[in-house]
Ligand binder design. Structure first.
Ligand SMILES: Cc1cc2nc3c(=O)[nH]c(=O)nc-3n(C[C@H](O)[C@H](O)[C@H](O)COP(=O)(O)O)c2cc1C
Length: 200
């Protein structure tokens, strides 16, 4: 196929993704920020927000969140999702379609324990995506939890943990001069990946 496949893309898109991510980490300010899109089934409309990529686990991309949040509820009712990385300085974009499931509690525990205490407390007190009267109420919840766990570990809330995203489609995009962009689509077919070059 196209010689670009040999020089910057692999047969396995997860390998290419990890190489691109390593490149992005050298130059980008927030390489780990990715847009997660889900389907809001209730209103039959798409929904997006930023989450932080926390690395690959086997062939899954991982991130962490509150399992009662809007995104988690949307993923409970439709496990199909889309992740989008945009790396401005690198002039690259990666769009990834896949299906999600929850990480094991043991693996969520491992990550929770390495987070700094403030982040642990924030996860402990936040009923993410639920309304709250004002900031003071939020800060009081935080200081109460801080006091409660003085001298002890903050426990991982049951409703907070990792999400495993299993990709079945990747599109790698490189911004080109005069909009002559390079785009490569990988579609999973059984255990193989079919690669197609797309027009800009
Ligand atoms: C740079 C950045 C990183 C974020 N990382 C996460 C994250 O890793 N996990 C998370 O649950 N929310 C993260 N958020 C907050 C989400 O964008 C979002 O506001 C929140 O998760 C609630 O979304 P939801 O109501 O759709 O569930 C991040 C926001 C920004 C701006």
């Amino acid at each position: 196929m196209d010689n670009l496949i040999n020089y910057f893309l692999r047969k396995d898109p997860s390998e290419s993704f990890q190489e691109w991510y390593a490149d992005a980490k050298k130059v980008e300010q927030n390489p780990e920020a990715m847009t997660l899109s889900t389907m809001d089934q209730k209103h039959n409309r798409p929904d997006s927000r930023t989450v932080l990529f926390k690395g690959m686990k086997d062939n899954y991309l991982t991130f962490y969140t509150n399992y009662n949040s809007t995104k988690a509820k949307e993923l409970d009712s439709n496990s199909e999702a889309c992740l989008l990385f945009y790396w401005h300085i690198s002039k690259r974009q990666v769009r990834i379609q896949g299906k999600v499931k929850k990480m094991s509690t043991a693996d969520s525990d491992i990550y929770f324990t390495v987070r700094d205490r403030q982040s642990q407390l924030a996860s402990y007190i936040s009923e993410q995506s639920s309304p709250i009267a004002d900031k003071d109420t939020l800060m009081k919840k935080l200081s109460d939890a801080d006091r409660k766990f003085q001298g002890s570990e903050v426990p991982r809330p049951e409703n907070w943990g990792g999400i495993l995203f299993e990709p079945y489609e990747f599109e790698f995009f490189v911004y080109g001069d005069y909009r002559i962009n390079d785009r490569f689509l990988y579609k999973k077919s059984h255990n193989d990946w079919i690669i197609t070059r797309l027009q800009p």
